[in-house]
Unconditional design. Structure first.
Length: 266
């Protein structure tokens, strides 16, 4: 069964486009078309396809240039491009590879080969997108533990962030899970780690809302720095946050149990 996908056909010959549209639509794909390189770039910008079947010999802009332009663009560089050409010379394939082409088809295109190469390219794209999404989720998760002040400084000046050491008064809140060692002795490590993550994830919103920065983490502990305001303000905020986290812990203790231990404050 074909992966649902939108395919852009780029060819100056209407007859070739009609044939490919019929074959692809019979396979269950949605199709778009462009008659030259510039139209192809405009089509991608207006309605990004899942895959591009790209002819080489075209007016206005040749296929190699189109391929290179799309692969150099961070927004489109993962879009699979299959070059279709009547040119069989080795140097043309080398030029296509250098331009970033993912695969090649030689005209006249065999139906079975067309189907197989499209399916393979789409599966590779799907796998790549899944991996990129996974990496993004991991990045977003660990970003929760980066102090807001560091995020701000890096955002303002990523090439040379102002992260020099400096002295200032702060209030420090440290918390950990009582009985963590015994939990690990009596239960699988994965189960204990999952419980710790559940508690700490629940704490994060309260810590961030209070302006706290998490500066240290360990298996069962967090260290939070409060530095906003003066020497009278941030200690009070730290204490208030600790009280709120006690309440959150009590709520979680009602539903999170690794018998005979519960996660509590120490």
């Amino acid at each position: 069964m074909a992966i649902s996908a939108k395919i852009l056909i780029v060819d100056e010959e209407p007859f070739n486009v009609d044939i490919l549209e019929q074959e692809l639509e019979d396979l269950g794909y949605e199709t778009l078309s462009a008659a030259n390189g510039q139209e192809a770039l405009d089509a991608v910008a207006a309605e990004p396809p899942d895959l591009i079947l790209l002819d080489i010999m075209m007016p206005v802009m040749d296929g190699f240039t189109v391929c290179r332009t799309l692969k150099d663009d961070p927004e489109t560089h993962l879009s699979p491009i299959i070059i279709m050409t009547a040119l069989n010379a080795v140097e043309d394939r080398i030029t296509g590879i250098e331009a970033g082409a993912d695969d090649f088809l030689t005209k006249q295109v065999d139906d079975c080969e067309l189907k197989t190469r499209i399916q393979t390219s789409l599966k590779q794209k799907q796998a790549m997108e899944s991996k990129v999404q996974e990496v993004g989720q991991i990045k977003d998760h660990f970003a929760k533990f980066v102090p807001k002040v560091v995020k701000r400084l890096v955002t303002e000046n990523p090439d040379a962030p102002e992260l020099r050491k400096r002295e200032r008064e702060t209030s420090v809140l440290f918390l950990d899970i009582a009985g963590y060692t015994r939990l690990n002795e009596r239960h699988p490590a994965d189960a204990v780690a999952e419980v710790a993550e559940k508690y700490f994830s629940a704490f994060l919103d309260h810590i961030h809302d209070a302006g706290g920065d998490i500066t240290e983490t360990s298996g069962d502990g967090l260290m939070v720095i409060f530095q906003n305001g003066d020497s009278k303000t941030h200690p009070a905020v730290a204490v208030d946050t600790a009280i709120k986290l006690f309440a959150v812990t009590e709520e979680l203790n009602q539903t999170t149990i690794l018998s005979p231990w519960r996660c509590t404050w120490g």
